[in-house]
Design a binder for this molecule. Structure first.
Ligand SMILES: NC(=O)c1ccc[n+]([C@@H]2O[C@H](COP(=O)([O-])OP(=O)(O)OC[C@H]3O[C@@H](n4cnc5c(N)ncnc54)[C@H](O)[C@@H]3O)[C@@H](O)[C@H]2O)c1
Length: 255
């Protein structure tokens, strides 16, 4: 019960890494708020967690919509009285490529650039903007941001995504610097290739699978492996860690 009675908002918890984290955090005693814009998936995760005997509530959330985010944070405080953990995990990537361009800068129209940043970077800003005052008031809190290896390396082929993820890394550092005095920790995970719906289709392609497994551990990661890292950073076990940019990538960043 490493998160006993903690109130944890997890964005994008209807799928992949967010879903695995919601289940793990709930098992560890947290009241989990599934802040997800896909209603069907969000409700499904809520049901699965409740069926297992743990606590979760789905709140329909579009992290790119400031008003919506404000209302969700307000509702959380009304219902639970506090917010201990914010896992800024929601994001769009390769699986959204039919809607938004995942390509090099010269091939990325401004509209798509703006949309990708609106979700992957502004989403972190919106959630943090409304959760931080609650945490400051409590004089405690842990924020975990989900960036990507793209945020720290020059991975080509999805430049708006990469810029957004780099922004998340920089924002993590400055938030850690600004809010440490209020006993608020802010850390960041940089996943390598993780087997979730975001890259499911690419994983069918041998060429990509080869590059995704070209790391010291020789395999792609599982969403549960990100959930374990998020749990550590969210919990009091990491009480002296803030501003950390932590790759969880099978060692890819080391080579
Ligand atoms: N899968 C990978 O290989 C990989 C690698 C590095 C980083 N990441 C990052 O990890 C995070 C989780 O992705 P995943 O792999 O679990 O993918 P996923 O597609 O399975 O899950 C992403 C979730 O975010 C939700 N979401 C998207 N936009 C949203 C919005 N505006 N508001 C609320 N929810 C929204 C989606 O509906 C989905 O449930 C993302 O930020 C992603 O960029 C993924």
């Amino acid at each position: 019960m490493r998160l006993k009675d903690k109130v944890a908002i997890i964005t994008g918890a209807g799928s992949g890494q967010g879903k695995a984290s919601a289940k793990l955090f709930a098992q560890e005693g947290a009241h989990v708020i599934i802040a997800e814009w896909n209603e069907e998936n969000g409700k499904q995760v809520e049901q699965e967690i409740r069926d297992a005997g743990f606590n979760a509530v789905f709140m329909k959330t579009d992290v790119s919509n400031e008003e919506n985010v404000r209302a969700v944070v307000e509702q959380t405080v009304e219902q639970f009285g506090r917010i201990d953990i914010l896992f800024n995990n929601a994001g769009i990537g390769f699986s959204a490529r039919s809607k938004y361009t995942m390509s090099s800068l010269l091939k990325t129209p401004l509209e798509d650039w703006n949309q990708i940043l609106a979700i992957n970077l502004n989403g972190v800003y919106h959630m943090s903007k409304y959760v931080l005052p609650i945490m400051i008031n409590q004089e405690s809190g842990s924020i975990v941001n989900n960036s990507s290896l793209n945020g720290i390396q020059g991975v080509t082929g999805a430049d708006a995504y990469t810029a957004a993820k780099g922004g998340v890394v920089a924002l993590t550092r400055v938030m850690a610097a600004d809010y440490g005095k209020h006993n608020i920790r802010v850390n960041c995970i940089c996943p390598g290739a993780i087997d979730t719906p975001m890259i499911a289709e690419v994983l069918q392609n041998e060429k990509f699978t080869e590059s995704f497994t070209a790391n010291p551990l020789g395999r792609v990661g599982k969403p549960e492996e990100i959930a374990n890292a998020a749990l550590f950073l969210a919990s009091d076990e990491s009480s002296y860690i803030t501003g950390l940019i932590m790759p969880v990538d099978g060692g890819l960043n080391a080579i």
